[in-house]
Design a protein around this ligand. Structure first.
Ligand code: FAD
Length: 410
């Protein structure tokens, strides 16, 4: 074959790199283990697909805690505006929401997959489905010769772009196969670990709150030296094991270095009120309900589900008449509502992670071309590399930008 390329994986990075390479006259085959392309893309952004972010390049890099610096060259070649233009030029209108998050105007991730898929078809990319690649074949001089499938079939080519993704949501096809293939060729793989992941709490009472979603709260995380690690305002959710929801997932990346352990989450249920203002507010409520008992005086302050837990944590007798609650007890309640503590002791398994931190070491990949520094004709793009971002469209930005570079360089 002449100037032929095999792309492993028809996800975000695979579709983009295959289409781009084919648009530049290369003969390209995508080999995908699933029966359809873009299975993970379809579930991104809760089915709406947050394709990129409008932040400037410096801010994008700040939002890529996993080797953001590696992305400079790729982003200067194909940045967020280029991603938006690519989709718009291929017929997909986009819209920008809070925090610069860009979505298809249709709110439908399938439209994103369709654009990428048709872009590939238009430029003659061949698709080979239900074929799992097992190995990348090289010669003695460490030059790519082709690939070998699980069934033992060999396909030859001049270059391979590995776009097999991370190791989460395995049902989408991303089972971490690329790590093994890269290791066999001498690449170092930084231990794949879950990121953007729900967190496990030590307290068993969280189970009672399962399903409770809290809007407009503030979470702050502290290490065991009581140093604040991270805080954010927004929406979170209690689950049977601990906490999840948008601000928890975003926060989780900041806890990776603590191994998601030995960290205290302080939950401010009333971030809009100072301690003094909340105390006055509770005094007013207690006056209003002065003839009631404590457990019947909290309805205006918090969701029903939370009341028994707050009562238990406050240490105030639930049957106590409100007019007998002491000042100290009321202050305890105020402090609890401003800083409800949950001990974080772990994260859910990697399969439940939005993103895999770790992957093929970027020290062994040329950031200007995405080519392996160890094997000629071997390229990487997307989540398989040791690059990962926060929520907000940064991970697909990584996938599309590195895929563009790999597709034009190979
Ligand atoms: C629930 C969820 C929501 C998300 N939402 C967003 C979002 O809104 N915005 C955002 O920026 N990021 C989001 N992400 C992250 C984003 O989906 C990934 O970063 C992105 O899909 C990575 O692209 P990729 O092409 O590298 O890998 P993938 O999209 O995972 O594609 C890898 C492909 O390779 C195939 N493959 C794997 N091994 C083999 C093999 N041996 N042979 C053949 N084929 C193989 C797989 O089947 C798969 O199709 C989300 C992730 C999840 C799980």
């Amino acid at each position: 074959m002449n100037n032929s390329i095999i792309v492993i994986g028809a996800g975000a990075a695979g579709l983009m790199s295959a289409g781009i390479a084919a648009s530049q006259g290369k003969k390209v085959i995508i080999v995908e283990r699933n029966a359809l392309p873009g299975k993970k893309l379809l579930i991104t952004g809760k089915g709406r697909c947050n394709i990129t972010n409008t932040a400037d390049i410096e801010d994008i890099i700040k939002n890529i805690p996993g080797n953001g610096n590696f992305m400079y060259s790729a982003l200067y070649t194909f940045n967020n505006n280029d991603i938006i233009s690519f989709f718009e030029n291929n017929g997909l209108l986009t819209k920008t929401e809070r925090g610069g998050r860009v979505f298809p105007a249709s709110d439908n991730a399938k439209d994103v997959v369709d654009v990428l898929y048709h872009f590939c078809l238009t430029h003659g990319v061949q698709f080979r489905y239900q074929t799992r690649v097992k190995q990348i074949i090289t010669d003695q001089q460490k030059r790519v010769l082709g690939i070998k499938t699980e069934e033992g079939q060999e396909l030859s080519c001049d270059s391979v772009i590995v776009c097999t993704g991370g190791a989460s949501y395995k049902g989408t096809g991303s089972t971490g196969d690329g790590y093994k293939m890269a290791r066999e060729l001498g690449h170092s793989v930084i231990e794949p670990r879950p990121s953007l992941i729900p967190l496990i709490a030590e307290e068993s009472w969280v189970k009672e709150l399962q399903g409770l979603s809290l809007k407009n709260v503030e979470v702050a995380f502290f290490d065991n030296n009581k140093r604040k690690v991270y805080s954010e305002f927004g929406e979170m959710l209690f689950t049977h094991f601990g906490v999840s929801g948008p601000i928890i997932l975003s926060a989780s990346r900041h806890l990776l270095k603590y191994n998601y352990n030995n960290v205290i989450l302080k939950l401010d249920l009333k971030p809009a009120l100072s301690i003094e203002a909340l105390d006055l507010r509770i005094q007013r409520d207690f006056e209003k309900y002065s003839k009631k008992i404590f457990k019947n005086a909290l309805n205006d302050l918090m969701p029903q589900k939370l009341i028994p837990i707050i009562i238990m944590l406050s240490g105030i007798e639930d049957e106590k008449p409100v007019n007998q609650i002491t000042k100290q007890e009321r202050h305890r309640l105020v402090n609890l509502l401003k800083g409800m503590e949950v001990n974080i002791i772990g994260a859910r398994p990697i399969n439940e992670a939005i993103i895999t931190a770790g992957g093929v070491s970027v020290k062994e990949i040329d950031p200007y071309t995405m080519e392996s520094k160890l094997v000629k004709g071997l390229f990487f793009a997307g989540e398989i590399m040791d690059v990962d971002g926060y929520t907000g469209g940064y991970n697909l930005t990584i996938a599309f930008s590195t895929a563009y570079v790999a597709g034009t360089s190979c």
